[in-house]
Design a protein around this ligand. Structure first.
Ligand code: FAD
Length: 456
């Protein structure tokens, strides 16, 4: 199912790379992160080439909801407690700066991408979560965000009563592919050029190779396991979106902190409703326990709150959730100075991609030090991530061992975990690291690089 963004915008087609190239910088992945990183490098006079396994914006960026915000769910109170006030402050500052940078680029480049400044609201509809929300507001204020508190009022543009909400002013939303189209038109990009391996300073594709001084992995989920070990440091979660036609435009963007809550934003006459998410690979087992997930969940909400509305588009996407809730942006590993990574955006990849572009381009062009980077992949916020690490270890062990005896099962081409069927998406998904495959076995989402049954 195509997202509203992909249905509305056609990006110019690029050819596959064939043969050998030598360049200063190669960026692998032409999503929001890869395009922004490449564009920043080129702006600073660097030679750069982008390669993508599919098409520009064809990955998660084409399936996002594209809110540009520093409000990342309930994050600041947790961050202050787990990694400290200074780190939380730097995180908020980086994300606020990213919003300004989007605005600046859009203005300077005169990009028509429906960029609109709007407040972002975190809300709850249950009494039980009001205290959590208040803590989040206090935390946000403590680190300099001008958060506002709303309680016991009805937000008239929402079809349900809220108990409380925290608003962040001066946030934004846009059309991600209109933006990407403008920037990528200025770049050398090769599409349908899947990277299969990277050795020393060379990137290998089926029909081509590129030798580069710097290699930047902007593939959403990193495609090489060792070193870096990102497959042990994050998992993936899938979420669903529907677009309802002929709806009144919302003045704000909304995100629920409740179990089974909704994310809302407008896009012209369309209203986007998001929710029904789950760990990738875990849809069917949660549905068997009676939970409503995916499109079934969203359709139910539409029936309840917008009974007259028509669903014009529906789609889903997934994102990488780091154990300590901080994206990985910077050097790929301590041992490889010429490799960089941007991943772990935890469903907030618009501002995170902008942060990645600034950090990585500064590291390459100005030799900026990794030490001052709170997003550094070499950080160790061990205590902040221990619970998630244990859950992921359990998932990996059970995924690797499940179905080894008995009738043969579909297994992931990444590390061999058992795949589970997702009836909402009609796809095969891996709960270990989040690779997914179409019904016919074609690869849908990485870190896997191969289709099912494809010989290497
Ligand atoms: C439902 C949902 C809603 C969201 N809403 C928001 C939101 O409102 N605001 C927000 O900030 N964030 C949001 N996000 C998160 C955001 O969409 C992502 O974090 C962001 O799009 C990721 O961008 P990316 O460039 O890292 O990845 P992608 O856009 O996936 O780009 C990666 C690219 O790498 C390519 N690639 C992969 N493997 C290879 C290979 N081997 N060789 C060559 N190329 C390769 C892929 O083809 C792809 O084009 C949302 C996420 C979800 C799941």
């Amino acid at each position: 199912m195509k997202s509203i963004w992909k249905s509305e915008v056609e990006l110019s087609k690029r050819s596959e790379l064939k043969g050998s190239l030598q360049v200063e910088n190669v960026v692998i992945g032409a999503g929001m992160a890869g395009v922004l990183i490449a564009w920043f490098l080129q702006k600073q006079g660097r030679e750069v080439v982008v390669v993508d396994a599919d098409e520009i914006g064809g990955g998660q960026t084409g399936n996002t909801t594209a809110k540009i915000t520093s409000q990342h769910g309930l994050c600041y109170d947790k961050m202050i407690n787990k990694i400290g006030k200074k780190q939380a402050y730097l995180y908020a500052l980086a994300n606020e700066n990213a919003i300004h940078m989007f605005e600046k680029i859009i203005k300077e480049e005169k990009i028509e991408c429906h960029f609109e400044k709007k407040p972002a609201y975190l809300y709850t509809v249950t009494d039980d979560n009001v205290a959590k929300l208040r803590k989040e507001m206090n935390a946000a204020r403590m680190i300099g965000i001008d958060a506002v508190w709303i309680e016991g009022e009805r937000i008239s543009e929402l079809p349900f009563k809220i108990k409380a909400a925290v608003g962040f002013p001066n946030q934004a939303q846009f059309h991600p592919l209109e933006f990407l189209k403008h920037l990528s038109n200025q770049l050398v990009v090769y599409e349908h050029t899947k990277v299969l391996s990277v050795k020393n300073k060379t990137v290998y594709m089926e029909n081509a190779q590129i030798k580069a001084c710097n290699i930047i992995f902007a593939t959403h989920y990193p495609i090489t396991n060792i070193p870096g070990f990102y497959f042990l440091r994050q998992h993936q979660e899938r979420s669903y979106v529907v677009a309802l036609s002929n709806q009144k435009s919302l003045n704000g963007m909304y995100y629920s902190i409740d179990e089974g809550g909704l994310s809302l934003r407008s896009a012209g006459d369309y209203l986007l409703l998001g929710g029904g998410g789950h760990r990738t690979g875990k849809c069917i087992c949660r549905q068997k326990k009676g939970e409503l997930l995916g499109y079934s969940f969203l359709k139910n909400k539409v029936k309840l709150y917008y009974p007259e509305a028509e669903i014009a588009y529906s789609w889903s996407a997934q994102d990488c959730m780091p154990h300590d809730d901080v994206p990985f942006i910077g050097r790929y590993s301590l041992f490889q100075k010429n490799r960089y990574v941007a991943t772990g955006f935890k469903k907030w990849g618009m501002t995170s991609s902008m942060i990645a572009a600034e950090i990585i381009s500064n590291q390459i062009c100005k030799n900026r030090c990794e030490k001052n980077n709170i997003f550094s992949p070499q950080r160790l916020y061990f205590c902040a991530g221990i619970k998630n690490l244990l859950i992921d270890m359990w998932e990996s062990v059970s995924g690797l061992t499940k179905g080894l005896v008995g009738p043969s099962q579909k297994r992931c081409t990444h590390l061999g975990c058992k795949l589970d069927w997702n009836p909402e998406e009609s796809s095969w998904e891996c709960s270990c690291h989040g690779s997914s495959y179409h019904k016919n076995g074609g690869l849908k989402d990485n870190p896997a690089k191969y289709n099912l049954k494809q010989k290497r």
